[in-house]
Ligand binder design. Structure first.
Ligand code: DC
Length: 219
């Protein structure tokens, strides 16, 4: 029987990487909820909408479509924005727009609708606590800020995005603070989530650790 797997954790803790590995192994679908907040952020930047105003955000959300291609690309109103949503500016704006209740309500409803057929690995900040409180497996990934900054730096280099390690680290610390201290569904470990510190682990080791938790639930 298919289940849903929730993966939460701070920025660059490896959530999306591990989610993709699990999907390959289990033939599950991946939903990167951070990409959805990033799409809203990109649209805010492009349109100049005031994300602090409910009216402006209501109109923006009602006129926005977010889709995922089977290859893992992200489409905003039909345009492939997979790379455009990964810049530092959009990372910070995604954290900003995600503090707004109206944005969260809209995106959480979409995420719940998508996952209702099961067979999803969903990653984000509030999946185990708010989006899928009944997920059969909940994982909370953590890693030291040094490890996370280094990983994000290498990932950006691979994607051809220019960045500076010190600035990346500062941005991660700032975003972690905002994501864990906001009023609306802050990043926090669900009481029934299993925490894995990936600082000293390889991708294969983390994937195996999660699969060992998932497999008994599949029978
Ligand atoms: O996972 P990410 O770095 O792509 O997420 C970008 C921002 O979106 C993150 O700083 C906080 C927000 N976010 C959220 O509030 N809830 C989620 N489920 C996913 C992301």
């Amino acid at each position: 029987m298919a289940i849903n797997i929730a993966i939460d954790g701070p920025s660059a803790s490896g959530k999306s990487t591990i989610a993709k590995e699990l999907c390959k192994e289990l033939e599950y679908k991946h939903l990167d909820t951070g990409a959805m907040y990033r799409c809203v952020a990109l649209k805010v930047v492009r349109t100049g909408a005031d994300y602090n105003k409910d009216e402006a955000m209501k109109e923006l959300l009602e006129n926005t479509t977010i889709d995922f291609t089977p290859e893992g690309g992200v489409l905003l109103d039909g345009e492939d924005v997979s790379k455009a949503i990964r810049t530092d500016e959009i990372s910070m704006m995604a954290s900003n727009v995600s503090t707004r209740k109206i944005v969260r309500k809209y995106l959480v409803a979409l995420q719940q609708e998508i996952a209702k057929d099961k067979g999803y690995v969903m990653d984000g900040r509030d999946i185990g606590t708010v989006v899928l409180p009944d997920a059969e497996v909940k994982i909370f990934l953590v890693a030291s800020v040094e490890t996370r900054a280094r990983r994000r730096y290498l990932e950006n280099q691979k994607r051809g995005i220019k960045c500076n390690l010190r600035e990346l680290k500062e941005e991660l610390v700032e975003r972690d603070y905002q994501d864990t201290h906001r009023k609306e569904s802050p990043l926090k470990k669900a009481p029934d989530a299993i925490e894995i510190d990936t600082s000293e682990m390889t991708i294969d080791e983390v994937t195996d650790a999660v699969l060992n938790i998932v497999r008994p639930k599949l029978v």
